[in-house]
Write a protein that binds this ligand. Structure first.
Ligand code: AMP
Ligand code: MG
Length: 308
């Protein structure tokens, strides 16, 4: 199954979350069964992010949205765990500060979009301004209803400037959320994650469903697609997202930049140094351990000298 095609929200479509099975796991019966594939895609992600960083020409923005306990933090841990921290940023968006609230709603997000060569992950995002803001009437309908088009324009601007955008809605059902709240209560190491907010938002489940469905339907575009990820099973969520991110990066046909030096000249310099410092030890450049061999031989020579 092609996950990119299967989980994408088709641009212009109407979303009905009730029709999406949050417990879907494709052909995998268990995490153990899926493990080789999970590892394969983690490795792929690692290699492709390294390539993006080296190439330095474009960037990737990943937006994560979902209800409380849907697994945004866990996803970041998994996806980012595969990547080199030097090429990544993560930004979590909470209730806006006074300064942020005094600007247009996109101001605070734009400051954290990725630079060329970088991957940026948004833990919550500009979509909060048509989700929590809409559900709780934090601004009038006349204001939030214009934001879908403003968000599409914003994302188009980013895409036109070589930022690839992937947006994931982590889909869990009410029973799974309650089960995760229970696990948080039972595990002292997770107590810090519990907030009154989680319990305050649950009664608004249906209002959030409507808000999510609108955001997903109105703002899934060619250049910034939404994906609905079945997330009742954490391992499947991780697998599906890793695969979609890896397949997207793969489709960009990125290339390592041309070296800025003449490699043949550099090889000559290298050999000259080994010749000089290695007391005539032969340097095998293409044999991987060239430097190591030279050093090892030198060490052994020194040892012998010491014994004499
Ligand atoms: P958490 O992600 O659990 O740390 O919670 C962050 C809280 O900030 C959530 O309750 C969000 O709904 C809230 N939040 C994030 N962005 C906004 C926003 N633009 N306006 C109002 N509340 C927000
Ligand atoms: Mg929370």
């Amino acid at each position: 199954m092609n996950y990119t095609k299967h989980f994408i929200v088709k641009p212009g479509s109407k979303v009905d979350l009730a029709k999406v099975d949050a417990s879907f796991t494709d052909e995998h019966e268990s995490q153990e069964h899926a493990l080789p594939e999970i590892e394969q895609y983690s490795q792929k992600l690692h290699d492709l992010q390294y390539l993006m960083y080296a190439e330095g020409k474009r960037s990737l923005l990943i937006c994560l949205q979902g209800r409380d306990a849907a697994g945004k933090d866990g996803t970041i841990n998994h996806v980012l765990g595969a990547m080199n921290p030097q090429g990544c940023t993560v930004t979590g968006f909470k209730v806006p500060s006074k300064e942020e609230a005094d600007h247009d709603f996109l101001w605070r997000y734009h400051q954290h979009t990725p630079a060329k060569g970088q991957v940026a992950i948004f833990n919550r995002s500009h979509y909060e301004d048509v989700l929590v803001v809409r559900v709780h009437d934090l601004v009038p309908k006349a204001v939030w209803s214009k934001r879908y088009a403003q968000i599409n324009d914003f994302e188009k601007t980013l895409a036109d400037n070589d930022t690839h955008i992937l947006k994931f809605y982590l889909h869990i059902d009410p029973d799974e959320q309650l089960e995760r709240f229970k696990q948080r209560i039972e595990d002292p190491a997770r107590h810090w994650k519990i907030s009154d907010g989680d319990y305050a938002e649950r009664p608004f489940w249906d209002a959030y469903t409507e808000a999510f469905e609108d955001a997903l339907g109105k703002c899934s575009t060619e250049h910034a697609p939404w994906f609905i990820i079945p997330s009742n099973h954490k391992w499947f969520r991780n697998l599906a997202i890793s695969r979609i991110v890896a397949e997207t990066l793969e489709s960009l046909s990125m290339k390592f930049p041309e070296p800025t030096v003449d490699i043949n000249e550099i090889k000559k310099k290298y050999h000259a140094i080994v010749e000089q410092e290695g007391d005539g030890v032969e340097a095998e450049l293409d044999g991987q351990t060239a430097g190591g061999k030279g050093k090892q031989a030198k060490k052994e020579k020194k040892k012998k000298k010491g014994k004499k």
